[in-house]
Structures are given as structure tokens and as C-alpha cells.
Design a protein around this ligand. Structure first.
Ligand code: GDP
Length: 442
């Protein structure tokens, strides 16, 4: 059940805890009146005027007056589209609690998570993709995520989708108008025009699907797989870089694969230690080798370990030519011999070259990373597919001159999906799911 949007709601909207300033926000028909009932200022509060007041709050059980500023924003030019008020006081948690209880006693109701943004949505101030962009901004864990969420908030995805939706609605209106005049054989829109507009829509939604797929890649760490002959020093390098693998002088000890995650230079790197290549005896070893190759195929980068003091084998030389995934050679055990020229020289024993290696991996990871997916794009994925189907069928119907009723049906199906993407069509359940992820006060 959605909370009643007519209530005047209140919540602390700044970060909780001690600090310079706490912002207690109200929204609803009596926002300014409720705020004014605990606040005293020299000037009388005018609810219809957009302005701030300096004054103080009297709180039960506190002898001194609490200095405060009151900001009043009349409807409808506010975030929620309703009258809003904010009380700014020093951020002392017990005092803020007392202030919020005073406002509750004065007639406000405690806001639920995301309820301010829900009101903005219900007032038509934000569509669902932008609502989720607000959430994306709040939850952004990296600069890239913040960039994506901000672009989405600025209407990056929403604008072209709204344009397409409007165009298809007009198209549907023309097709349906034609249905009413079917007997007179009046056509409101020609076949070429229909095909052009549908092709434009198909291109836009296909592109959106591709962007979603590509951006999803940004959610996972950069995957680096260690490869090389048995005893090349892979497990030791894995351990030295932060993982924990069993090291043995017996060739073929790393039978399975091990994974660890490193944080380096702002990048998340997943390091995988696999079995070596050398043909080993027994089934387990063979399985491990196959597994190692599979892991290497799924890598973003293969780090080929070549022990110092020896040359490249033909197999290593040909492996280094591979581009998908790319292979980078690194010289290991450099304390015990001369590395091949041109390779990053490392030693797990003396830790030589490990910092350089991490920096280089972080650079590659950053270059590879694409901005992470803002939440609404993930939600949109299945609507994109369904919308594409509707558009393709519409295109087919026009191309093969099927009855206009079929075209209207398919267009409506595509429009429903677009509507769900931007939140023009929504269910309480969907809103509950989205807004429950917000924190209180937003
Ligand atoms: P893997 O089979 O490629 O995983 O190789 P390991 O990491 O198990 O190492 C094989 C052998 O080389 C072990 O005896 C290690 O102690 C030795 N080794 C590994 N790294 C170094 C190093 O940096 N310097 C020296 N001197 N020996 C190393």
C-alpha cells in the first residue's frame, strides 16, 4: 500500500550524527504551519512566500532556545510539488530527535523511506528512470557510477524514451483514426512514413539494449588470470599480490583455480591462479589444465608468467600473439636470474616489481571499465526486449500490409513496455520495490 500523499510528512534529511547542520524536512499541505508551530522568528511566517527566516525553536525539556533557520517553499515549484519547509539546526542527535517529535506532535507524520521522492514522482516532477537516478546518486560507490546516475538524472535515458513514446502514441492515434474510417478507405498515415518512424524507434531501443549490456560489464571486477608453465612462480606471485595459494616445488601443484580480489589504484581486480600448461599425469591434473584454459578464455587479461633465466618457448611466443583476451608477459623469479628484456621484472621472494605490476594492472582495469549500470537500466532490460518485439511485429505488419487492427495491437504492446520503463504505467508493487531501497528523508 502506498502511503497517503496528502499527509504532511517530516524526516531528518541530512546525514544523522553530530555535525554542523541538521536539516529536518517537511512536505505537505501544512508543512509551513507545522514547522511554524515549533519555531519563533521576528518576522511572521508567510506560507505563500518563498523565503528563509532566522529564529529559534522551543523544545520540551530544554531550557535554552535552539537557534534555527526556517526555509519555506510554496507549492508547486518544489521537489515534491507540494508546500515544503526545512528547519536547519545544529546537528546534535538528541536535540534533532526532540525537534522531530515536536513536529510529529504538531501534526506531521514520520516520512517513509523515499517518500519525498515518491511524491515528486506522483506529482509528475520525476519519471521512474530519474527516481532511480536519485537513488543511483545516493548509492554511487565510485565516480563512474555517480557520472551515470547524474546523466540519468539530467534525463539522459528518459528524454529519448519520452520522445519515442510520444511519437508512437501519435502514430497509434493515426492508425486508430484510420480504423474508424476503414470503410471510406481513408489513410491518416502512409506506409513509408510508418516504416520510417518504426525503424527510428527500433534503432533507438536496440541501442538502449546494447548500452545496458555494455554497462553491465562495469559491475564486475577486471579479471586477470595467471598462466604459465608449472613452476613458473604463478602461485607465489598470486600470494605476493594478495591471494593465498599453496606453493610447492613439485610441478603441477595448483590443481584447481583460486580467486582473490585486489583493490589497486581505484580499480577492482580479480586475480585467478590456474594450473600450468604442462601435460601432467592423472585425471585430476588434466581436468585442472582444462579448467585453467577455460579460466584464461574468460579473462580480461592473461598474465603469462615466464621464469627468469630462461628463454620463451614457441608455445609461449605464440600465446603472446593472442588478442582476445590479451596476453601480457611478466618475468618472475628475477632474484634468481636475468629476466627476458622488455618484461616487467618481478620477484615474489624479494617483492621486486610488485608495485609496478599492480599499477600497470590498475591502469588496464580502469581503461577497460565502463560506467556501471544505474539501477533503472537494469529494471528496464526486459521491457527493452518486449518493446523491441512489439516494434518488430509492428514493422512486419506494415511491411506486409496486414490489417491495421494488428498494427494497433502491436503498437500498443510496444507502448505499454515503454510506459513501464519511464513509469507512465506503474503498479504499487513496482513503486514499493523501488522506493523501499531509499533511505528515510530522501
Ligand atoms: P607455479 O607452479 O607456477 O604456481 O609456481 P610456484 O609459485 O608454486 O613456484 C614454484 C617454485 O618456484 C617454488 O619453489 C617457489 O618457492 C619458487 N619461486 C616462486 N617465486 C619465486 C621467486 O620470486 N624467487 C625465487 N627465487 N623462487 C621463487
Amino acid at each position: 500500500m502506498l502511503p497517503d500523499p496528502q499527509d504532511t510528512i517530516v524526516a531528518l534529511s541530512s546525514a544523522p550524527g553530530p555535525g554542523g547542520r541538521a536539516i529536518v524536512r517537511l512536505s505537505g499541505l501544512s508543512a509551513a504551519r507545522v514547522a511554524g508551530s515549533v519555531f519563533t522568528a521576528v518576522d511572521a511566517i508567510k506560507t505563500g512566500e518563498r523565503r528563509s527566516y532566522s529564529g529559534s525553536c522551543r523544545l520540551a525539556g530544554v531550557s535554552a532556545m535552539l537557534p534555527a533557520e526556517l526555509y519555506v517553499w510554496p507549492a508547486p515549484r518544489t521537489y515534491t510539488g507540494q508546500e515544503m519547509a526545512e528547519l536547519h539546526v545544529v546537528s546534535c542527535p538528541p536535540l534533532v530527535d526532540l525537534l522531530v517529535s515536536a513536529l510529529l506532535t504538531a501534526g506531521a507524520r514520520a516520512a517513509q523511506p523515499g517518500e519525498f521522492t515518491l511524491r515528486a514522482f506522483l506529482a509528475g516532477k520525476l519519471d521512474l528512470t530519474r527516481v532511480e537516478a536519485v537513488l543511483g546518486v545516493i548509492e554511487a560507490g565510485s565516480r563512474d557510477e555517480l557520472q551515470v546516475a547524474l546523466a540519468q538524472l539530467a534525463g539522459g535515458v528518459a528524454r529519448p524514451l519520452h520522445e519515442l513514446r510520444n511519437d508512437l502514441l501519435n502514430l497509434l492515434a493515426d492508425v486508430e483514426a484510420g480504423l474508424d474510417f476503414a470503410e471510406e478507405d481513408v489513410q491518416f498515415v502512409g506506409q513509408t512514413d510508418l516504416l520510417n518512424r518504426l525503424s527510428k524507434g527500433l534503432a533507438l531501443v536496440t541501442l538502449l539494449g546494447k548500452q545496458i549490456d555494455q554497462r553491465a560489464v562495469g559491475d564486475r571486477p577486471y579479471r586477470v588470470v595467471l598462466a604459465g608453465r608449472p613452476n613458473a612462480g604463478k602461485s607465489s606471485l598470486f600470494n605476493a599480490l594478495g591471494g593465498r595459494a599453496l606453493v610447492s616445488t613439485r610441478p603441477g601443484t595448483t590443481r584447481d583455480y583460486l580467486v582473490c580480489t585486489l583493490e589497486a589504484g581505484g580499480a577492482r581486480i580479480e586475480l585467478v591462479d590456474t594450473a600450468g600448461w604442462q601435460a601432467a599425469d592423472g585425471d585430476i591434473a588434466n581436468q585442472a589444465l582444462t579448467l585453467g584454459r577455460e579460466q584464461a578464455d574468460r579473462a580480461d587479461l592473461v598474465l603469462l608468467c615466464i621464469g627468469a633465466g630462461r628463454g620463451q618457448t614457441p608455445e609461449e611466443a605464440s600465446y603472446l600473439q593472442q588478442t582476445n583476451p590479451p596476453v601480457l608477459a611478466v618475468a618472475t623469479k628475477c632474484d634468481a636470474g636475468d629476466p627476458l628484456p622488455g618484461l616487467i621484472a618481478t620477484s615474489s621472494k624479494t617483492r621486486t616489481g610488485l608495485t609496478e605490476l599492480k599499477i600497470m594492472l590498475a591502469e588496464r582495469a580502469r581503461a577497460h571499465a565502463r560506467p556501471a549500470l544505474a539501477p533503472s537500466l537494469g529494471r528496464c532490460r526486459h521491457h527493452v526486449d518486449a518493446c523491441l518485439q512489439g516494434l518488430r511485429r509492428s514493422h512486419h505488419a506494415v511491411l506486409f500490409q496486414e490489417p491495421p487492427e494488428i498494427l494497433a495491437l502491436e503498437l500498443r504492446a510496444a507502448l505499454d513496455q515503454l510506459g513501464e520503463m519511464v513509469g507512465a504505467v506503474y503498479t504499487d508493487d513496482l513503486l514499493d520495490r523501488i522506493f523501499s531501497r531509499f533511505c528515510i528523508g530522501k
